[in-house]
Design a protein around this ligand. Structure first.
Ligand code: MG
Length: 249
């Protein structure tokens, strides 16, 4: 019986189509790289990862900056000016990147660019960050290479008004079912492994609504196996090589 159930789960996974690897904050856990660095994007591309994710904030003077936390080196990005940040160094010696630098690098690569817009305290600034990011992507002719993800429900709505139909926007916050999100007409859910393990039925629910499922940050073999067997469409990981081996690519 157990084997039969595994067979069914595997058959569902296969019917769901290819499962893709996304590097979380780029491929950074390797010599010479660092989270959210240009190098991490190049590294993600060099191993043939389907996508590479990075985090974006906007400074008070309107510069889009790539960084995970709200502050860097003790400087809060939202309220800082770019001149106060531009000389800061990442762990691998690179300078802190702007979104423009990241996208210009991505232009020369093949991996998809997964742009996470961070939730800003000032919601007007957040909406402006979304507008500037989408405008920049369009100007650099990267519209069809970029997908947008965000924890901010407001930013999801703003992004949906800005991007062309068909450009993927995903919600990250894990507090709404696919059905509750369906009226936003977003590409899908991008939830944590903890949330998805508590709500595995959301995978089928999303698929039945024509939505995709991305899960983060999937680093252990056990969690990778879970995502693969349940037919998750995109798996975001800090260990892309292990996941690629599991997916036999
Ligand atoms: Mg992120």
């Amino acid at each position: 019986m157990k084997h039969f159930l595994l067979f069914i789960v595997a058959a569902v996974a296969l019917s769901a189509g290819a499962q893709e690897v996304i590097c979380h904050r780029g491929y950074w856990d390797v010599e010479g790289s660092a989270q959210n660095s240009i190098r991490s994007l190049v590294k993600a591309d060099s191993i043939g990862a389907w996508g590479s994710e990075f985090d974006v904030w906007m400074t008070a003077d309107g510069v889009l900056v790539v960084n995970h936390d709200e502050s860097y080196g003790g400087v809060v990005i939202e309220t800082a000016k770019w001149k106060d940040l531009k000389n800061m160094r990442l762990a691998n010696g690179e300078k802190l990147s702007t979104l423009k630098e990241m996208l210009n690098c991505g232009k020369k690569l093949k991996t998809r660019l997964i742009l996470e817009l961070k939730p800003h305290t000032d919601k007007q600034q957040e909406a402006e960050a979304a507008r500037r990011a989408v405008k920049m992507v369009r100007k650099l002719k990267l519209t069809h290479r970029v997908e947008y993800i965000t924890f901010s429900y407001q930013a999801v709505k703003v992004l949906k008004t800005l991007v062309n139909p068909g450009i993927p926007v995903y919600y990250l916050n894990g507090d709404m079912s696919p059905r509750q999100l369906s009226e936003l007409h977003i590409a899908g859910i991008d939830y944590s492994i903890g949330t998805m393990r508590k709500n595995p039925e959301w995978i089928d629910e999303a698929h039945s609504l024509g939505m995709k499922v991305n899960v983060w940050t999937v680093n252990s073999e056990r969690d990778m196996d879970w995502c693969i067997n349940y037919g998750v469409d995109f798996i975001t990981t800090n260990d892309p090589l292990l996941l690629q081996r599991k997916l036999k690519r």
